[in-house]
Design a protein around this ligand. Structure first.
Ligand SMILES: Cc1ncc(COP(=O)(O)O)c(C=O)c1O
Length: 478
């Protein structure tokens, strides 16, 4: 069991004071850290006395704050060994977060993922008609269904990355792909270049294999060429998300791609390119060539989760020929293949109109959301990305966790910015990710609640006092 030092908790807490009673503000702030995983389950909190000294508050404040956490089932007192964090199962259970319309009317903007598009049902029906051919086989497809691998290879070739179907391995979403890749290429203890601000589960897949993250400093984009050049010298692998990056929406310019790929080649650093968002080019801009087109040895990861539906669980790896066998071997250790039926559905999706319809809907949603935010929250600073699913908003102060708490009181679920930073750095407190993956009427209501929450935080009247047991579902991020 690890123990949290008072100074470390103080730095995680940042500016925790709102306008409520100090003990309650403190309990609320610790609660946000617990439910989004910045304080892991089982961690021993600092003693009440040492925390009081560190935060320069009275001992009564910390004692009552801990009491409040215990009452909310977020901590337990352990005889002789202080107070331990407990994350109630219902708060951490992934199932709590998948609905957009939660039972009490809470709107969730915690995930960059939409409901299934209307046309998906008929893709399932068409796939069912094609199943008999597959019924006559064992159904085990460790590298994927031939017809889907062909579609995916054509997709990459059309984008400017010539690919044959033997280079494709179908996986359980992009996350399954990242796990297989990490388990194949990461060497324990070796540095891996990652974006300092990134989709967290990708990084987690690499850390799970023992990679030592080497975060790139974030500038105007998550990838400054100079930083990448110098990092390449000391890393064997680099995980990059250059196309409508999650969460920032940034798109890596073509020139940077060329220079970065050249630097990686020179140093022998293997690039893993996560293209999960690439198909969400909402404005139909001219896309820079795929990053892997500048680096023949790079591995690319793709998915239908964003352009179709996360519930399909279809993603893939596109690998250079010499790595395919090793990747398939790793995959077979983890599972024996993806569902044959979902793969046929995926092939139907790739041939049909769903991706274009999805882009059209998202464009409208983004524009409505942007207008509502500019009207109601003029202090929020953000650019409008040409694609992806998110607005990445800079707040006027380091208040992301406080805003998350105040929003949840108003039945709006958000993810605090630090969740997207390596080490859950407090640098993330200045940011909030706002996905526009839901229908416009929901987004309009979400902005009203967000504006009310912001007024409470900004005007210093956030009360905290979130009901115990309210599911947070903050540990699955899309
Ligand atoms: C950049 C990125 N990579 C991977 C994933 C995982 O996607 P999938 O649902 O295909 O596993 C996501 C999901 O949000 C993502 O944003």
């Amino acid at each position: 069991m690890s123990t949290l030092a008072p100074a470390r908790l103080a730095s995680l807490l940042g500016d925790w004071r709102a306008q409520g009673p100090a003990y309650r503000d403190l309990a609320d702030a610790v609660r946000v850290l617990i439910i989004d995983g910045r304080i892991p389950d089982g961690t021993r909190l600092p003693s009440e006395r040492s925390l009081a000294e560190e935060l320069d508050v009275s001992r009564t404040t910390t004692t009552r704050a801990y009491e409040e956490l215990r009452e909310r089932d977020l901590a337990t007192a352990v005889q002789g060994s202080g107070t331990r964090v407990t994350v109630p199962f219902r708060e951490s259970a992934a199932s709590a977060m998948i609905a957009f319309d939660e039972p009490d009317g809470t709107i969730s903007l915690a995930h960059a993922a939409g409901a299934a598009p209307a046309g998906l049902r008929s893709a399932f029906e068409r796939a069912l008609e094609r199943m008999p051919g597959t019924f006559a086989t064992t159904g085990y497809l460790p590298d994927g269904h031939g017809s889907l691998r062909e579609r995916i290879a054509e997709h990459h070739s059309r984008q400017g990355l010539p690919t044959d179907p033997e280079q494709i391995i179908v996986t359980s979403g992009a996350q399954g792909a990242l796990s297989i890749v990490a388990a194949t290429v990461v060497r324990r203890g070796r540095p891996a270049i990652v974006e300092a601000c990134a989709f967290p589960h990708g990084l987690e897949a690499f850390e799970a294999e023992g990679a030592r993250p080497l975060p790139l400093p974030t500038g105007p984009t998550p990838w400054q060429v100079e930083d990448l050049r110098s990092a390449a010298a000391s890393a064997e692998v680099a995980l990059l998300n250059p196309d409508f990056h999650n969460p920032t929406g940034a798109l890596m310019p073509a020139d940077d791609r060329e220079q970065i790929a050249a630097a990686m080649r020179r140093e022998g650093t293997l690039m893993i390119v996560d293209e999960t968002m690439r198909e969400l080019n909402l404005d139909g801009i001219e896309m820079p060539p795929p990053l892997a087109s500048f680096a023949p040895d790079a591995i690319t990861v793709g998915s239908l989760s964003k352009v179709a539906w996360g519930g399909l669980r279809v993603g893939w790896i596109r690998a250079p020929h010499h790595l395919v066998n090793a990747l398939v071997q790793t995959r077979v250790r983890m599972d024996l293949g993806s569902s044959a039926f979902e793969q046929l559905v995926a092939a139907e999706v790739m041939e049909g109109a769903i991706p274009a319809e999805r882009r059209a809907d998202l464009r409208v949603q983004r524009d409505v959301f942007v207008r509502a935010l500019r009207r109601e929250l003029p202090d929020f600073a953000f650019g409008v990305p040409a694609g992806g699913l998110n607005l990445w908003v800079e707040l006027p102060g380091p208040l992301s966790s406080r805003l998350t708490t105040a929003a949840l009181e108003r039945r709006l679920r958000l993810l605090p910015g630090p969740r997207f930073f390596t080490g859950r750095s407090p640098a993330g407190e200045r940011f909030i990710r706002l996905p526009f993956a839901q229908p416009v009427d929901v987004l309009e209501r979400a902005v009203e609640r967000l504006a009310a929450a912001w007024r409470a935080v900004d005007g210093g009247v956030a009360t905290g006092a979130i009901a115990a047991g309210q599911p947070t579902g903050l540990d699955l991020i899309a």
